[in-house]
Design a protein around this ligand. Structure first.
Ligand SMILES: Nc1ncnc2c1ncn2[C@@H]1O[C@H](COP(=O)(O)OP(=O)(O)OP(=O)(O)O)[C@@H](O)[C@H]1O
Length: 681
């Protein structure tokens, strides 16, 4: 691959059939001093009008063409990324932008013509040019490096949009790609009810899954799967039209602050995609969520979270953990896999290969006599193995003979429920091809190998197993030192989720050590030496850090904590986030002294304090009655004697009846009540 830097783009012409397009382009170019426009009207372009009609815009009465007449060469700088030798590279200077096809979150797509001429031929081809939103100048090189890598990975992929060339024009990145007739989204828009028949959904689903799989095998995430990004070729085959622009933009600030938080299209975004460095990381299964959303939309004709604002979608997906509604009546394997796509923790979701298998197995399924017939072999997998883990989670790490294993902890638990296998070695697989079968495990001290269900075991390599809490030996300020181990290969390569890293951290097991583990239900508090926590945390009245209870553990180890000791009203934020490296465990047993133990009880529930106060008052009143009655009796007795002895003794009797252990005010009230009772008698 070669980077060529041109200092001028000679004869650049941009034609547009839409006045709005001109205005936006004009204002964009006007941001750069030294550039000016010359507008003139070209002849009416029938094809442009047809295209404009296709995307819903009325054919314009008049069209314009404008030329860049002069300018600061710096702003006309064009970087041309030349693809590999055997791909159909085109010279961007021969492109002529015709009109805008559509406007997406990440930029505009234009129809352009590519002119090629020689002595014996003169050819025009249509291409689509995606013009991305401008990127800040100082991040341009980082983006170009990432793009160059992606561009080479996308070359020659069957199920992915064909890319011709990449160039930069006035700091705007442009990708020239093959022009397709339309998208699945366009097709749905033309249909009554907007939904596709199941057979089409399964066919497109298979074609798209194959395209996504190609990108995933090259380590690229799409992060923007949606029907309008599924292009249709001349054979009505679905082609992936987005090559992972949001993935390229990860960590690269954009000019528009509005765009900064968007790492995809909100309606199709997975929970971890909203804030990957906080609620992430994003992974291949993030695309499974977007795929599931697209399938649901194709089946129902309704976009997930239709009509909701970005904030409302965030609230539903991230905070309330809601899932898109899956229509009923689907082949069981398809329903099962699509429902798996909407698991909150991406580790529990199927991979694209699982989706592909489920769709392929159901492709020829026909519903007849109240059941599905023609299902493939692998269509109906068990929903759950009974271990609490989804089948998708378990299928990501299959055991092999020679693996060291131990009993698997139940999900969200710090300790194993049973220690049937404290440590053992797999010596046999009952059925090699079974993804969910039994294995024979040799355990030290037991003569015969144990026959154990695979799902109850986890593989241990270098003392670590997926799901363990780990700490990096050498801290990196960019991310939390404590995280959650997602996978460990047999060669010791690890993938870990850390707060502060948007994607999985990859390294070697030798860089990690075991860390204290946390699970749902435990009480935690910020360590005393933490003065500026990563996330906001509540304080008690005296200023000390409050104690909260772990409500959820995110895939990067981030703790979602609630404060049961605080009463929350209305919309007030009920959950807080915590970095596991900044907290310590608090439990009743470890609280020193009665006062601390009582404080811990107060942290467990907001009702403890009012209850204790009420109980105290009640006890005090009861005591008051008791003391008062006794006092009353003795006063009666004394009263009788004062009648004999005189008033001075009466006063003494009052003083003598005041219990020394009660606070004076309470004692006086109680005494008065007691006296009143006694007087009444
Ligand atoms: N190569 C192409 N050929 C034909 N049409 C295309 C091509 N690429 C994109 N389109 C169409 O252009 C329109 C705008 O695409 P674009 O990808 O910019 O927007 P989007 O899909 O709405 O949003 P996003 O920017 O999030 O991808 C869509 O209707 C899409 O189907």
């Amino acid at each position: 691959m070669r980077l060529r830097l041109l200092h001028e783009l000679p004869g650049t012409t941009i034609s547009d059939t839409s006045v709005a397009g001109i205005e936006s382009s004009q204002s964009r170019f006007n941001n750069y001093p030294g550039l000016s426009f010359h507008l003139h009207s070209p002849p009416f372009d029938e094809q442009s009008a047809k295209m404009a009609g296709q995307v819903g815009a009325p054919p314009p009465a008049v069209s314009f063409e404008y030329e860049l007449l002069e300018g600061d060469p710096d702003h006309l700088r064009t970087v041309v990324v030349t693809p590999t030798q055997n791909s159909p590279w085109i010279d961007p200077t021969t492109l002529k932008l015709k009109h805008r096809i559509g406007r997406g979150l990440f930029g505009d797509v234009w129809l352009a013509t590519h002119h090629q001429s020689a002595e014996d031929y003169d050819e025009y081809h249509e291409v689509a040019v995606k013009m991305l939103h401008p990127i800040k100048e100082d991040h341009m090189q980082a983006f170009l490096d990432k793009f160059e890598d992606l561009f080479s990975k996308c070359q020659g992929l069957q199920g992915v949009c064909w890319l011709h060339v990449f160039f930069v024009m006035t700091w705007q990145m442009c990708i020239a790609m093959k022009f397709y007739e339309g998208s699945v989204g366009d097709k749905m828009a033309r249909l009554k009810g907007g939904k596709l028949p199941l057979s089409d959904v399964l066919r497109y689903g298979i074609e798209l899954a194959q395209g996504i799989l190609e990108l995933h095998s090259n380590g690229v995430l799409v992060l923007n799967l949606k029907p309008f990004n599924f292009l249709l070729n001349e054979h009505d085959q679905a082609i992936l039209g987005d090559i992972g622009i949001p993935y390229l933009l990860l960590g690269i600030p954009l000019h528009s602050s509005d765009m900064a938080l968007r790492l995809g299209t909100p309606n199709y975004m997975a929970p971890e995609q909203w804030q990957p460095e906080v609620r992430g990381p994003i992974s291949f299964e993030t695309d499974s969520w977007g795929f599931g959303c697209s399938i649901v939309e194709m089946l129902t004709g309704v976009q997930p979270w239709c009509g909701r604002s970005v904030e409302e979608i965030y609230h539903s997906v991230v905070r309330k953990q809601e899932k898109p509604h899956i229509p009923s009546g689907l082949p069981p394997a398809v329903e099962n896999v699509v429902s798996g796509c909407f698991e909150y923790d991406f580790r529990n979701r199927p991979l694209i290969i699982d989706i592909l298998h489920a769709f392929e197995g159901s492709r020829n399924a026909v519903y007849s006599d109240g059941g599905w017939i023609g299902l493939g072999n692998r269509t109906l997998a068990e929903k759950s193995s009974g271990s609490g883990y989804t089948q998708w989670f378990l299928s990501k790490d299959l055991l092999e003979v020679g693996d060291t294993v131990r009993s698997r902890k139940p999900p969200n638990s710090c300790k194993p429920e049973n220690m049937d296998v404290p440590e053992g070695m797999v010596v046999g697989l009952e059925r090699d091809t079974d993804r969910d079968g039994f294995v024979l495990v040799r355990v030290h001290g037991i003569h015969d190998p144990l026959r154990v269900h695979m799902s109850t075991l986890e593989r241990v390599t270098s003392g670590l197993a997926a799901g363990d809490w780990v700490r990096v030996k050498e801290e990196d300020k960019k991310h939390s030192p404590v995280g959650n181990l997602h996978s460990i290969q047999r060669d010791g390569c690890v993938a870990v989720g850390f707060i502060g890293v948007e994607t999985l951290w990859r390294g070697s097991s030798s860089e990690l050590q075991m860390s204290e583990s946390y699970c749902v239900g435990q009480f935690v508090r910020l360590k005393e030496n933490v003065f500026r926590p990563r996330f906001e945390w509540l304080r008690k009245r005296g200023g000390a850090w409050a104690t909260g209870r772990i409500w959820q553990v995110l895939p990067n180890g981030c703790l979602v904590v609630r404060f049961p000791g605080k009463l929350v009203f209305g919309d007030a934020c009920s959950s807080f986030l915590a970095d596991p490296a900044e907290v310590e465990l608090v439990s009743f047993n470890t609280c020193p002294g009665m006062a601390k133990k009582y404080q811990h009880l107060e942290d467990i529930h907001w009702a403890v304090r009012p209850l204790v106060i009420a109980l105290g008052l009640f006890t005090a009143m009861k005591l008051g009655f008791f003391v008062g009655r006794n006092m009353g009796r003795s006063r009666m007795k004394k009263g009788r004697s004062t009648l004999i002895q005189g008033d001075g003794q009466y006063q003494d009797g009052h003083i003598g009846g005041n219990p020394a252990w009660l606070p004076p005010t309470v004692a006086n009230i109680l005494f008065r009540e007691g006296a009143a009772t006694a007087t009444a008698r």
